[in-house]
Design a protein around this ligand. Structure first.
Ligand code: UVW
Length: 316
């Protein structure tokens, strides 16, 4: 496989994200007090159908290792693991000994869910809740524990790197709705309402091969803004990827940062699952031709947190 040059040149004018956000808004759709957003689309019926996708009993863990060798550099650090007890100094009746440990980490540093309180603009977060509901004590509204009842359902993987015939897409490569359609067609899979859509860019593979955290974080291939509409039209429940921000970076808008985050999370109420390892799953899907699976990824019920580490499982 070869690598591609970024394809978002010349810059195509993108719609103002506020206009797009208003058009795709899900505010009020699940009630004025709703704090779960598009995860509501995973009905009991859809989850029961997703469970039927487990045929071989093969589990693919999609979380990256929680350790100091992760891809963070700059604004966030990698997890730091410390032992508080090894058992070496202990004397208990009957020879019992135990080991205990701590982990210190930004909740956004590894494979993670973004809570709906993670981003906002114009002083409002998802469903119109005031941004002031998030303080130094955490998020009163839309915190990640509101999703702890579970994020589980039908997962679909779209391998965009394979579609383009590359090991990985280069930073700045815009994934378009046409790419998503082409991947669905090439793979023979349809994205259905309530699905959790995973898309593979190869960005994790690049990090594993090169070990360059600064390059991993400096930019990335990812969804262009027009994909928000594609996800909305299909009633996708959540989206995940092997990059760190779901969206293309540098972004398409010259005067706004992370516009896909703002539209998906704040306007549509969609939770994002970032920094996944999709390589083994993709390899298996290429082998058996089956791109759908049961996806199980409950966030940790961390009170008032705006994100949570997660080890999502794809089960076939
Ligand atoms: C930001 O939105 C800043 O980060 P993340 O990609 O972790 O959601």
């Amino acid at each position: 496989m070869t690598r591609t040059e970024p394809v978002n040149e010349p810059q195509v004018a993108v719609e103002d994200f506020r206009t797009l956000g208003r058009r795709l808004s899900n505010w009020g759709r699940w009630g004025e007090q709703d704090e779960r957003g598009t995860v509501n689309l995973i009905t009991g019926e859809r989850l029961a159908a997703a469970a039927q996708l487990v045929r071989r009993g093969r589990v693919f863990p999609l979380g990256i290792p929680l350790d100091e060798n992760g891809p963070q550099s700059g604004m966030r650090g990698n997890p730091i693991h410390l032992m508080s007890e090894t058992g070496a100094e202990q004397v208990f009746p009957g020879g019992f000994r135990y080991a205990d440990d701590y982990i210190f980490m930004p909740l956004q540093s590894s494979s993670q869910w973004d809570a709906l309180a993670h981003v906002y603009y114009d002083d409002r977060m998802y469903n119109g809740f005031p941004a002031g509901d998030t303080t130094v004590k955490g998020a009163v509204r839309c915190s990640i524990d509101k999703q702890a009842a579970g994020i589980a359902g039908r997962g679909v993987l779209l391998d965009i790197a394979a579609l383009k015939g590359v090991d990985w897409l280069e930073a700045g490569t815009v994934i378009t709705p046409e790419d998503l359609d082409a991947a669905c067609q090439a793979q023979g899979v349809t994205v259905l309402p309530g699905d959790i859509l995973l898309f593979r860019t190869g960005w994790r593979r690049k990090f594993v091969q090169e070990g360059d955290a600064a390059a991993f974080m400096a930019g990335e291939p990812g969804l262009g803004q027009r994909c928000c509409e594609w996800l909305h039209e299909r009633d996708v429940a959540a989206v995940g990827s092997d990059n760190w921000a779901i969206e293309v970076l540098p972004g398409e808008s010259p005067d706004a940062l992370l516009t896909v985050h703002m539209v998906l999370i704040r306007d549509m109420g969609m939770s994002l699952c970032e920094i996944l390892d999709l390589d083994e799953l993709a390899e298996d899907c290429h082998t058996d031709g089956c791109w759908e699976f049961l996806f199980v990824a409950p966030p940790l019920p961390i009170s008032r947190a705006v994100g949570s580490p997660v080890n999502p499982l794809a089960i076939k």
